[in-house]
Design a protein around this ligand. Structure first.
Ligand code: AMP
Ligand code: ZN
Length: 514
C-alpha cells in the first residue's frame, strides 16, 4: 500500500509522511480561544484534525495528540494590541475569566462530541508528563512551562527584558531581511498595510511579547522572574507542545490564518529555545466561508454555530459530511442548502445500515455486525469477497493527501454495489470506512433501539417458525439447537420460550424470579 502522504506547508509539497519514531505520531493542533462559542469555521478545523488523526490510525500509527485551549493572552488583535479576548467577554458578562473559559470549554466539548470529534483526555493540572503524551491542556495551567521556555529563549540571546515585558527579537532570529519559514515573507512584507503597535520598549515593531508586564488592569496575572504579568499568545503553543510531546513534533496543525504570524512565531520561539527543528510537517486547513465568499469569523458579527444547525433539525454529523466532501486545502462555501444536501448523504448511509440489519433479522443473510475494529477487518475479508478493491481504493485516496471527497465517494459507491448485489455483508466494510469518516454509523444503528427491538422480535418469530417446522419434520436435533438459539435471543429481549401442554411452544415475557 502506498504510504500516507500529506501537504507540508514547510516545503509546499505533498510529501510522504515519515514520523521520527516508527509507528508513533506526535501531533499538536492549535485549539480554541474560549471567549465565544466556536463557530462552524472553527469546527471545520477540528473536523480536519480528527479526520487526519483517524486516517493516521487507519495506517496503523499510534497517535499522541495534544490540543491547547487558549484561556489567556490572546489579544483582540492577533498582534499584542487590544484587550485579552477572555477578559473582554468576562467584563461584558460580569463573570470571572475562569468562569468564561469554563463555560466555553464545556460548549466546545459538547460540540466536538456532537460532531464525533475525539478530543485528547484533559491534562491533569501541574503534572510532569513523560512525553509523548496525549493531552487537552489549558494555557492557564501551564504558565510555569511558558516561563521555562521564555528563560531558555533569553539565555540563548533571542529574548530581552524591558519594563513593559519580555520580547522576542525577531530580526536577530531571522537575520537581515530574512524571511519566515512558512509564509516565506520578509518582515516588511508580512506586516505590509498593518498598523503595528510600537511599544517604545521594543527593538523593532516586529518583535512580539513572550511575557507582558505592568498591565495593572489585566485580570489574570502570575509571578515570574521578571515580575507579575501574563504570557503572550504564541508562547503557550511552544511550551505545551514540547512539554507533552517532546522538542521535535511530527505534525502540527492549524487554520491557514495561523501561517504568517502565530506559526512563524511558534517556530521562532521553539527553535531558538531548543536548537532543534520544531515540527517536521505543518498542515493547514482552508477556511469555511459564507456563500458570498466572506470569511466566517467571530469578529464578523453573527456567525453560524452548531446550535443553528440543530435548530434547523439538521444532524450535526451532516456538517461533518459537508466537511468531508471538500478537500481540506480548499475553501468550502457554507450554506444551509449545502448542509441539507449533506444530510441526505448521511440518511442514505443510515438507511443502508438499517437495511443490512433488517436483512440479517429476516434471515436473508447471516451478518455479524462486528464489535471491534479487528473483528470488522476480519469480517470484511471473510464475508465480502468484492470488498478488497474498494478498501484498496479508499486507502489510496486517504493516503493521497487526505482526499476525503474521493474516499467518501468510494464508500457511497460500495453501498451502491452492495444494493446491486443484494449483499449486505458490506455493512462491515462501511463500518470500516467509518472508522475514518467518523459518521458514527454503527452507534446510530444500535441506538435505533426501538427498531432493534422490532427486528429482534421479528427474528424470534422466524426462528420459532423454523423450530416448529423442524419438529414437524421430526428433526429433533435441529429443533433443540434452535431452542437454545431462541432462548438466547429471547432472553436479551426479556422473553422466554415455554412449552404448552398441547405440545406447542410460546414466547412469553420473562417471569421475575424471586
Ligand atoms: P480561534 O478560536 O480563533 O483561535 O480559532 C480556532 C481554529 O479555527 C484555528 O485553527 C483557526 O485557524 C481556525 N479557523 C478560524 N476561522 C476559521 C474558518 N472560517 N474556517 C476554518 N478554520 C477556521
Ligand atoms: Zn498555536
Amino acid at each position: 500500500m502506498k504510504p500516507f502522504q500529506i501537504y507540508n506547508s514547510l516545503t509546499r509539497a505533498v510529501e510522504e509522511f515519515v514520523p521520527l519514531k516508527p509507528g508513533v505520531v506526535t501531533f499538536y493542533s492549535c485549539g480554541p480561544t474560549v471567549y465565544l462559542p466556536q463557530h462552524l469555521g472553527n469546527m471545520r478545523a477540528y473536523v480536519f484534525v480528527d479526520t487526519l488523526k483517524r486516517a493516521l490510525r487507519f495506517n496503523g500509527y499510534d497517535v499522541r495528540h495534544v490540543m491547547n485551549i487558549t484561556d489567556v493572552g490572546h489579544m483582540t488583535s492577533d498582534a499584542d494590541a487590544g484587550e485579552d479576548k477572555i477578559e473582554k467577554t468576562a467584563r461584558a458578562q460580569g463573570k470571572s475569566p475562569r468562569e468564561v473559559a469554563d463555560f466555553y470549554i464545556a460548549q466546545f466539548k459538547r460540540d466536538c462530541a456532537a460532531l464525533n470529534i475525539e478530543l485528547p483526555p484533559d491534562a491533569p493540572a501541574g503534572d510532569n508528563p513523560t512525553p509523548p503524551q496525549s493531552a487537552l491542556c489549558r494555557a492557564t495551567d501551564n504558565i510555569d512551562a511558558m516561563i521555562a521556555v521564555t528563560l531558555r529563549i533569553i539565555a540563548n540571546g533571542f529574548g530581552y527584558v524591558t519594563p513593559s515585558g519580555v520580547y522576542f527579537d525577531v530580526e536577530k532570529w531571522r537575520g537581515p531581511g530574512g524571511a519566515g519559514r512558512l509564509a516565506r515573507q520578509s518582515l516588511a512584507e508580512q506586516h505590509a498595510g498593518q498598523r503595528l503597535e510600537h511599544s517604545p520598549d521594543k527593538k523593532s515593531p516586529h518583535d512580539f511579547a513572550l511575557w507582558v508586564l505592568n498591565q495593572p488592569n489585566h485580570l489574570m496575572q502570575w509571578e515570574s522572574p521578571w515580575g507579575r504579568g501574563y504570557p503572550g499568545w504564541h508562547i503557550e503553543c511552544s511550551a505545551m507542545s514540547m512539554k507533552y510531546l517532546g522538542e521535535t513534533l511530527d505534525l502540527h496543525s492549524g487554520g491557514l490564518d495561523h501561517i504568517p504570524v502565530h506559526h512563524e512565531n511558534e517556530i521562532a520561539q521553539s527553535e531558538s529555545a531548543t536548537g532543534h527543528p520544531f515540527a517536521r510537517y505543518f498542515v493547514h486547513n482552508a477556511f469555511l466561508v459564507g456563500m458570498e465568499g466572506a470569511k466566517i469569523s467571530k469578529s464578523a458579527g453573527r456567525f453560524p454555530v452548531l446550535d443553528d444547525l440543530i435548530a434547523e433539525g439538521i444532524n450535526p454529523l451532516a456538517f461533518r459530511v459537508l466537511c468531508l466532501g471538500a478537500k481540506y486545502r480548499s475553501e468550502l462555501a457554507f450554506s444551509l442548502d449545502s448542509v441539507r444536501a449533506a444530510q441526505k448523504t448521511l440518511d442514505y448511509l443510515d438507511e443502508f445500515c438499517r437495511n443490512a440489519r433488517r436483512a440479517e433479522n429476516e434471515g436473508n443473510q447471516n451478518l455479524e455486525l462486528s464489535e471491534s475494529e479487528d473483528e470488522i477487518d476480519e469480517a470484511v475479508v471473510r464475508d465480502v469477497p468484492w470488498a478488497g478493491e474498494y478498501l484498496e481504493r479508499f486507502e489510496l485516496e486517504l493516503n493521497n493527501d487526505l482526499n476525503t471527497p474521493r474516499a467518501l465517494a468510494i464508500a457511497l459507491e460500495a453501498v451502491g454495489e452492495a444494493y446491486r448485489r443484494r449483499d449486505f455483508g458490506a455493512v462491515n466494510l462501511l463500518f470500516l470506512f467509518d472508522t475514518v469518516l467518523g459518521l458514527d454509523l454503527k452507534t446510530r444503528l444500535e441506538e435505533s433501539s426501538g427498531d432493534q427491538r422490532v427486528f429482534g422480535l421479528l427474528k424470534l418469530e422466524r426462528l420459532q417458525k423454523e423450530r416448529e417446522r423442524a419438529r414437524l419434520e421430526r428433526n429433533f436435533k435441529r429443533a433443540d439447537e434452535l431452542r437454545v438459539e431462541i432462548n438466547r435471543e429471547a432472553d436479551e429481549l426479556g422473553y422466554e420460550l415455554r412449552d404448552t401442554p398441547g405440545g406447542q411452544s410460546i414466547l412469553t415475557p420473562k417471569r421475575r424470579r424471586s
